[in-house]
Ligand binder design. Sequence first.
Ligand SMILES: Cc1cc2nc3c(=O)[nH]c(=O)nc-3n(C[C@H](O)[C@H](O)[C@H](O)COP(=O)(O)O)c2cc1C
Length: 205
Amino acid sequence: MTSFESSQINDIGFVEQTCWQMLSDAVKDRNHAMHTVVIGTADGALAQLRTVVLRRVDIDTRKVYFHTDIRSAKIGQIRTTGLLSWLAYDPSRRSQIRLSGPTILHHGDELARHHWSGTAHFSRRCYLLPEGPGQLLMQDVTTADERLSDFSYSKEESEAGFEQFVVVETSVDSMEWYYTFSRGNRRALFSYQEGQLVDAAWLTP
Ligand SMILES: Cc1cc2nc3c(=O)[nH]c(=O)nc-3n(C[C@H](O)[C@H](O)[C@H](O)COP(=O)(O)O)c2cc1C
């Protein structure tokens, strides 16, 4: 398990590498606490937070990705600011990681096609609903249950969902690590430009 020995928590280079390794490990491991993350958008004066699955981490370029539906409310919020905040927390590794940076949407492009081809049959269900996410259900939920829980569509039929499918990509320009430890918490801030680490600093926790 990628984590920290007490002797390593004062090594800022090790901390930076380990944070990225934790995030990268979490993509492939459904049981990893960072497999799901919280993303935050600005919606006027209100922050909107929600859980998403961390789908991809490119350590070389410091980019992180998740999948969503083009019709969801977060899309408009991301388009307005061009920015996104991410929060990952793993109690077993005592680590909170906050990420943020400029964010773009991949819709109908080659990267979206590549990610779509890797999606599971069951996870295409939501993209196939005609209404899109977050709309009032016009039927009683037990009546709607038939279609919400209908996975009888073929692989070919599920291809229609690609139209709604978006890959959200954040180029991380700021990463902050917070480590809780009975013998003294640690906090470090890392800044990036075009995927390169340009600053690393300890903060008071
Ligand atoms: C464990 C879990 C994983 C989720 N993963 C995703 C995801 O990968 N993408 C997504 O758009 N929504 C995901 N959701 C739903 C979002 O949390 C959110 O409710 C939805 O995207 C609507 O958000 P919005 O109205 O702000 O756009 C997930 C929810 C949970 C509880």
